[in-house]
Design a protein. Structure first.
Length: 183
């Protein structure tokens, strides 16, 4: 799980370790949004591992794939603070677009070497944000799957490039290689 030391990611990790029999490998760069203390309750579990890795680092990602042999990826890593994205958008483009692409390529290379059954079972789960839809205008408004994108910051624009529309980043994994992904 990328971004597993973040607010949402750590909650998912804690749920998986405390409520299931599954194992989790957290890959996190530990930027301003990541905090190892949020994983303290699972840190001693033999079903938990932590790797301080930047998702832009292909070689480190490939090492993690080979070492742990996952049957799925949950991608939650992102630069996510809207105000920070306005002050310094480069980190958001690097992590949210280039990093996602790098992770997808490492996952694809790993998946390509799996046997047929493991390939069929492998899943790439991409978690994004409602920020890609812009702002709600009234308390009665809500977003649906057909709401058009209306990004209003570098953060939401970088996230919208990963979303399922045309040939956007994550959908190429399924389109080009028949690898299952969930968005």
């Amino acid at each position: 799980m990328t971004g597993g030391a973040g607010f949402i990611g750590s909650a998912v990790v804690r749920h998986i370790i405390h409520e299931t029999a599954d194992a989790v490998v957290v890959v996190d760069k530990l930027t301003y949004a990541g905090n190892l203390m949020s994983l303290a309750s699972v840190a001693q579990s033999d079903r938990f591992a932590f790797e301080k890795v930047d998702i832009c680092d292909r070689a480190s990602l490939e090492r993690v794939f080979q070492q742990y042999q996952p049957d799925s990826v949950m991608h939650l890593a992102a630069e996510s603070h809207v105000d920070r994205s306005i002050d310094g958008p480069a980190a958001f483009i690097e992590t949210n677009i280039v990093g996602t692409y790098t992770l997808l390529e490492a996952a694809r290379a790993y998946w390509s070497a799996l046997d047929a059954d493991a390939k069929a079972a492998f899943r790439f789960h991409h978690i994004s944000t409602d920020e890609v839809y812009g702002d709600l205008h009234t308390a009665d408004d809500f977003f649906t799957e057909t709401t058009p994108y209306a990004p209003s910051s570098p953060y939401s624009a970088s996230q919208s490039q990963q979303r399922p529309s045309g040939t956007r980043l994550v959908t190429y994994l399924r389109s080009a290689y028949a690898c299952h992904q969930l968005l």
